[in-house]
Ligand binder design. Structure first.
Ligand SMILES: O=C(O)c1cc(=O)[nH]c(=O)n1[C@@H]1O[C@H](COP(=O)(O)O)[C@@H](O)[C@H]1O
Length: 241
């Protein structure tokens, strides 16, 4: 960067997570938050309850973040991505802890299945935001969360992931390790005063923006709010303040 040049703050956008079993509810939240969330995110709860046809219907003409967190042997993950092609996702998730061969197989499956220009971003979950150091150690991982996120982040990006899912606490570490290019999608977001629930590594929308998130993912603080449209608008305003 030339001397004297100040880097523009990165734009951070909101994705509302439509976590419900019910199509009518998902559509109501989608429409109530459309002004604030450019992407429609559907995950395991909705997809297992309603199936892929309903996923496509709820996404409608909007870009779809399909969060199914694939984690299996490379052949199965690659084949599953082939089966997901018909819902035309704009973003897909896998678990980085599935290992290099699995991430690389997902990359190849996307490149072979989707035409150029229609390929979803391949996002690798590093360490779930519901885990803290103790919970991670209990699984047999001796590293602390921060080190494990950077290790898995390097592995996933070098194996072909376009971006990573991480908590807001690891954004700066990942930017220092991997630069500006990987897309960082960040759940574990809690506006000041909202219920934390099962999340462990949290920050406010403004803090995640300041740290350099490309996207923040917010579910219950919006969908369980008395007025989801107003809650989403308030978060979007926090991101552009
Ligand atoms: O892949 C994800 O989106 C994800 C990864 C992660 O580490 N933590 C995490 O919370 N998520 C998802 O982000 C959303 C967060 O929802 P809330 O905790 O209700 O805001 C849920 O749909 C989670 O499945």
């Amino acid at each position: 960067m030339p001397a004297g040049h100040t880097r523009q703050p990165r734009q951070t956008r909101l994705i509302v997570s439509l976590d419900t079993k019910d199509s009518g509810q998902a559509i109501a939240w989608r429409d109530a938050t459309a002004h604030a969330s450019p992407m429609v995110k559907l995950g395991l709860e909705f997809t297992y309850a309603q199936g892929l046809e309903a996923v496509r219907e709820v996404a409608g003409t909007r870009p779809l973040f399909l969060d199914l967190k694939l984690h299996d042997i490379p052949n199965t993950v690659a084949s599953a991505i082939g089966s997901l092609a018909r819902v035309r996702p704009a973003m897909l998730t896998i678990h980085a802890s599935g290992g290099r061969a699995m991430v690389a197989a997902a990359r190849r499956a996307i490149d072979e299945t989707f035409a150029e220009g229609e390929r979803p971003l391949l996002l690798a979950v590093t360490v779930l935001t519901s885990l803290d150091d103790d919970a991670l150690h209990e699984t047999g991982v001796e590293s602390d969360v921060a080190d494990q996120v950077v290790r898995l982040g390097r592995l996933a990006v070098s194996a072909g992931a376009d971006g990573l899912i991480c908590s807001p606490h690891e954004i700066r570490l990942l930017r220092a390790a991997l630069g500006d290019e990987p897309v960082l999608v960040v759940p574990g977001i809690r506006p000041a005063g909202s219920a934390v629930g099962d999340q462990k590594r949290i920050m406010t929308p403004a803090q995640a923006h300041a740290a350099g998130a490309d996207w923040i993912v917010v579910g219950r603080p919006i969908t369980r709010a008395p007025d989801p449209a107003a809650a989403a608008a308030a978060i979007a305003a926090e991101l552009s303040a």
